[in-house]
Design a protein around this ligand. Sequence first.
Ligand code: SAH
Length: 241
Amino acid sequence: MIRLFVPEPLSAGAEITLPAEQAHYLSGVMRRAAGDEVALFNGADGEWRAVLSEVGRRGCRLRIEQCVREQETPPDLDLIVALVKRSRLETIVEKATELGARRVRLAVTRFTNADHARVDRLRAIAIEAAEQTGRLDVPEIVQAERFDRILADWAAPRRLMFCDEVGDARPVIEALALAPRGEPWAILIGPEGGFAAQERERLRGQSFVTPVTLGPRILRADTAAISALTLWQAAAGDWVV
Ligand code: SAH
């Protein structure tokens, strides 16, 4: 069954018109016709079965029939990732969506060599990944922020799992076993050039920071993000029964 994210409120009997791109995908690419069913979600109202009531050159109309899944939200987990090369950033957003991050924040650190990202493009990637992975929400993608501001504005009680490729941090599983439970978390991944010495020092001086190692090898930012999200989900997130 095709799943589509739509911005409209969803309720029984309502009708919506799809924008040109989704209409083309449904009728032109996926060859759906009037009478066929699709699933819709909007991040707030759960998942709904809808029927294509009109397929034409002027677009597709859908009649919303029945709620098939109640809304649910993933654990309160942010991924904060330094701006890295565009293709890696796109991979990171796609995988973070599959792995259940609730928000992706982009950070400008000392050694990032960009100061902005195409957030609209990243949002489109998150929507597509959410449709494919069966999520009922789409992670929020936050425009790039200066890393020192992120730390200065930190809102307790959120904890920060700092993936530190240098030195003596604890292994993730051990660190998470010792950390307080049931609190919001964020995972921090640095840029290709790593964190500057002052940034590492500042991080390690914060009471909300838990530095962790992802093993003895240096990972690319995309591999590090996927590994960290996986380990967090397995140790403290919604993979734990
Ligand atoms: N500092 C390195 C590379 C940075 S890798 C260099 O000079 O080339 C990009 C980011 O991935 C790091 O900042 C860190 O957050 C994360 N990372 C990579 N390997 C890691 C490891 N073994 N343990 C913890 N974090 C790691």
